[in-house]
Design a protein around this ligand. Sequence first.
Ligand SMILES: [Zn+2]
Length: 549
Amino acid sequence: MHDLVIRNALLVDGLGSPPRKGDLAIAGDRISALGVVEGPSKASLDADGLALMPGIIDNHTHYDAQITWDPGVSPSPQLGVTTAVIGNCGFTIAPCRAADRGLVMRNLTQVEGMSLEVLERGIRWGFETLPQYLDMLERQGAAANIAVFAGHSAIRTYVMGEAATQRVATDGEIAAMKHIVLEAMRAGAVGFSTSTSPAHNGEGGVPMPSRLADEKELRVLAGSLREAGRGVFMLTKGGHTRMEFLDELGADSTRPVVIAALLHNSTNPESVFKDLEAIRESNARGRRLVGAVSCCPLAMDFTLHSPYTFEGLESWQPALPLKGAAFKDLLKTQAFREAVRNELARPAHFRLFNGEWDKVHVVEARRKDAEQRSIAELAGAAGKDPLDAMLDLALEEDLDTVFSALLLNSDEEAVGRMLRHPASLVSLSDAGAHLTFFNDAGFGLHLLGHWVRERAGLRLEEAVRRLTSHPASVFGIRDRGALKAGYHADLLLFDPARVDRGPKQRVFDLPGGHPRLTTPAIGVEGVWVNGVRLSGDALPGRLLREFSP
Ligand SMILES: [Zn+2]
């Protein structure tokens, strides 16, 4: 007996097959039949032509901290995500000794876009080791299925303490890290994640610990996945990280390697395509590399109180440890401004902000006539250099002026090519991080609404494949990501004529009433996780611990 039959749906199977009309039945937590479904059922639902697809697998999230106080991992499940991979880029909170909690939280504030106060009030520390963290998540449940990376920065801090952000590791320390990675893999981690990106800094501009790792350390830790015989190696790369080295890590680990963050830069338009071609060539030699790309333009809201947009610049480093009057004094100096201008004038392989002042707008200002105008425009009108125009305005307003910068991925012709590239993986929502800057948790709905319906840049079945069975196969997620009898009933019912993510909104529901950005779902008619339809406080998601080799 089926528990539920969804009738008259447009079935999009996640495997790339052309959509077809049919029914789908659920029994318990599994899909029990599809096509023309007969036999008795306890309930039925007429989909009336709406599309039914496997739930979205979001392979790049950062819910590691949030999930401890919000097992609903808001807003991803409402946006169609039924499985989330957490712990990307090496930013995890386990393992962590009680004495190191302050250190780990200070590392996370900048990259997660959450204040120290939010993390201090929010995180429930019911664990020390990564296996204990997994057990805690399993006990508390979640709205979506969760897979967890063993994160390099937390592991490095656990082994090296404060020195993790200061120096290369000794052979003994590397061996200790490897031991922890192997233990995590045995306990059910989905892989190992790390970052070499200069945009990744902790409080006061202290580099994230993984950035201090030398090539030897990365090789040994990649090699631990070969020993484990499972897991994905995930790395967010800085411009100095060579593709040849990543090819070697692919060979050392023999595992899939996910390379982030391949975002299109209009001032260096061919660089991501060179990376994608290098990945394709590696794979022709037997590696299993993918390039993580995004279907969303990368836009960030920021104030000069916390200007993530600029913090990866070499010339901005002197500003990072400064606060209050000392920070403002530095922003006023000509030498500092000159150094920033010079750096922006030099080409870069990967850089978040590239001096495109026509794409930086004033969102909220005391000077009302400046609102909605670009920095390029304001500078032109005042006969000033654009950097001067932005900094002078912010300084006049005690740094409270809110700017919005369209940083990367704004050339849709190029982004379309990236989304269709055989070496790319649709990824990079960063859900759970950068909460005050942007929120792309609805990336899947954007792919279906904008890229399939509005731009016709992808066929529906191909977009759905890239949100479901493709990530499932890269990450070894079993029996999910396709509409198949016997698979888990993780489902998204939506209206293809309306599906989209709504405009961003600021809500104040973080611990202590702090703000974050979110987007509502449009055209989502139902989400099921393990056969349970999501509503209210339901937590039908499972902790995933078993992955295909
Ligand atoms: Zn990330």
